[in-house]
Design a protein. Structure first.
Ligand SMILES: *Cc1c(COP(=O)(O)O)cnc(C)c1O
Length: 422
């Protein structure tokens, strides 16, 4: 992202020096570029010019209120997967009719809340969910607008843990069962069945799996129409990959072209649910090196961020490019080093035997492409306070989530009066 580039040997986010920011905010912290977020959104929308579409930002990739609000201001709806995300989207000003409720395990309480708020679309993932939604909607005297998430049995060719569209994955309704479920929906008065949805995984770097899934869904829609059902919507999910290392993710125009080819003449309203593609490259994580040590024939840089702040490397063996905030003046040869956090887990590793110039204690490092599935996945494991999120716009920046202080952290627990406290 050009919004993160060096000026005079120091990394800037737009017009703000990350070095100055680190001094003011303290490390570690996340930093997002508003311009990058906006640019990503505008490019996404622009690729589908002329199509009947709704862009529902996948809130789970980065659910900060400032980020959701920024997309809302640009016209986005939201794709949410829990009541918490639903409430976040509403709080950030997204109108309920532009909210899509996805997820394999929506509870009765969540369905009730969503119906009460007037949620625009429920992406139903099973027959029992359909029955429960119907019952809850009937009780409330409401009608639920529904599309059914199809499991197309397509391998997204991405990391195992973020593949969602293979037979045997927990997501969606089996291809063969859609007709039956659709027929059932037609018989339910509180259900307005409008079409299908598909989302086969995340960080897809090739178009073929999208094409395969989309073609299956298009065929299914034709079948349903031939059986006399009206189908006027299709939700194509998210999943477009970004650059973490040397990936070559599909260009938006090429993706748009397959959408156009498959669905262009089908008279369907399209929904897209991009997450990572909008937020991933628009954010970095900044961390300071605490110690450098040698042990067992390996060199380690121990940094002040950890797996509780950014779990992707631990969870998915994910690669993040790592650079210095202040470029080294004397070029040193690259040598392998493990970059690790302070958490008491061997899995708390950001990079294994990464070829890096000489790293010293006190150096500021940045982890690129950390805007998606970073801060949202953080925890307070090892009683480490949640770290700040900073949003930059031009030469100004704001703390959009403060560092959790230790008192707040401890006050979350309650000691019952039957435990002796002296
Ligand atoms: C996670 C998710 C998305 C967003 O995926 P990205 O890879 O971040 O674009 C969209 N739709 C559904 C149903 C999801 O679960």
């Amino acid at each position: 992202m050009t919004q993160f580039s060096y000026c005079g040997g120091v990394l800037f986010c737009e017009d703000v020096s990350i070095n100055d920011m680190a001094r003011n905010v303290g490390t570690p912290f996340y930093c997002y570029s508003a311009e990058a977020l906006e640019q990503n959104y505008r490019s996404f929308v622009g690729a589908f010019d002329g199509l009947d579409k709704e862009i529902c930002y996948a809130v789970k990739s980065n659910s900060n209120q400032a980020v959701i609000r920024l997309f809302a201001n640009l016209g986005a709806g939201a794709d949410v997967v829990s009541e918490g995300e639903l409430r976040r989207a509403l709080a950030a000003g997204i109108s309920p009719d532009k909210i899509v409720f996805s997820g394999v395990g929506k509870s009765r309480a969540e369905l009730t809340t969503a119906l009460e708020f007037g949620c625009g679309q429920f992406n139903v993932e099973s027959r029992p969910e359909l029955e429960l939604l119907s019952a809850v909607a009937a009780d409330l005297g409401k009608t639920a607008t529904v599309v059914f998430r199809v499991n197309p049995d397509v391998d997204a060719e991405t990391h195992d843990k973020i593949s969602t569209g293979r037979a045997g994955d927990k997501f969606g309704i089996e291809f063969e069962q859609i007709g039956e479920v659709y027929a059932r929906a037609e018989a339910l008065e509180a259900i307005d069945a409008r079409g299908l949805a598909v989302h086969i995984g995340s960080q897809l770097t090739r178009l073929d799996p999208f094409l395969a899934a989309f073609e299956k869904v298009a065929n299914l829609i034709n079948d349903l129409r031939m059986q006399g059902y009206s189908v006027d919507r299709v939700d194509l999910g998210g999943g477009l990959g970004i650059v973490y290392r040397d990936e070559n993710p599909p260009a938006l125009n090429d993706y748009a072209e397959i959408v156009q080819t498959v669905f262009g003449d089908m008279k369907l309203a399209l929904t897209f649910e991009p997450g990572r593609r909008l937020t991933g490259e628009a954010g970095i994580l900044v961390s300071e090196v605490i110690y450098v040590k040698e042990s067992g024939g390996r060199r380690f840089a121990i940094v002040d961020a950890a797996m509780n702040d950014l779990i992707r490397p631990t969870l998915y063996d994910a690669w993040h490019d790592i650079d210095f905030v202040v470029e080294k003046t004397a070029e040193t040869p690259l040598s392998p080093i493990d970059i690790v956090g302070p958490v008491c887990e061997t899995g708390d590793v950001f990079a294994v035997q990464r070829a890096m110039p000489e790293i010293d204690a006190g150096d500021l490092l940045l982890f690129r492409s950390a805007g998606a599935y970073g801060a949202v996945m953080s925890s307070t494991y090892n009683s480490r306070p949640l770290i700040p999120e900073i949003l930059v716009k031009g030469d100004q920046y704001a703390v959009v989530r403060p560092r959790l202080d230790y008192d707040q952290l401890i006050k979350m627990d309650i000691v019952p009066d039957w435990i002796f406290t002296g």
